[in-house]
Design a protein. Structure first.
Length: 220
């Protein structure tokens, strides 16, 4: 060994931090941006939240999804669900790309929900410009030093049988709340969905029918 080697500083390889991401976020650019920032992404089917970082539950919504969730009242159960985690955040994305008060709902209903989130639900709310901006916020959360905590076992809050069926359908690849709702409203039962042809499914949810049809009919 060279004498000088004793005093040389060896670079310790940096361990990439893991961010847990819900499967339904695979179509978003946020996980891609997180990878660019040096994080490892682990996709899972999360019953609650879109991202889990250091036991912090993060629900992410685009402006349009946020508005539609207010109309359907889905946002209420989602806020209650992420509060199963002592630390939780709601991110609303796209504030720079569109008029947040335009279309879908009255602007005062939009403002009212924002006030309810802050005062009644007491859920921290962050507005981001786009997917890249969202990823940067998530990176800051992931890089903060946190005390070790016991994992939290959160669960979906399901009030009706229809919501339970929709939750089951949302477990299929690329089937989000909107597609699941369309399937339930059209076919009424899981049995009818399972018995439906590819063409029948395509009429309801378009190209997304391919994967759900393959999974339902796959032999194990």
């Amino acid at each position: 060994m060279n004498f000088l080697d004793i005093f040389s500083k060896k670079k310790v390889p940096e361990i990439k931090k893991i961010i847990i991401v819900d499967n339904r976020e695979s179509n978003s650019l946020v996980p891609t941006e997180l990878k660019k920032l040096g994080f490892n992404i682990e996709f899972k089917q999360l019953p609650v939240a879109d991202y889990l970082i250091n036991n912090i539950a993060i629900e992410r919504k685009t402006i349009s999804d946020f508005k539609s969730s207010i109309i359907s009242k889905r946002i209420i159960s989602q806020l209650e669900e992420i509060k199963q985690y002592p630390r939780h955040i709601l991110i609303v994305e796209g504030i720079a790309s569109e008029d947040i008060y335009a279309g879908q709902i009255h602007e005062n209903a939009f403002r009212g929900m924002l006030l309810s989130i802050a005062t009644e639900f007491k859920v921290p709310l962050i507005f981001t410009k786009n997917e890249k901006d969202t990823a940067k916020y998530l990176a800051v959360i992931a890089n903060k030093k946190q005390k070790p905590e016991q994992p939290i076992r959160a669960s979906k809050i399901l009030r009706t049988e229809k919501e339970q069926i929709q939750f089951i359908l949302e477990g299929f690849p690329n089937i989000g709340p909107s597609s699941a709702k369309k399937l339930v409203e059209h076919f009424k039962t899981i049995k009818n969905i399972a018995n439906a042809s590819r063409e029948e499914l395509e009429k309801v949810i378009g190209k997304k029918a391919e994967e759900i049809y393959k999974l339902i009919n796959k032999e194990i």
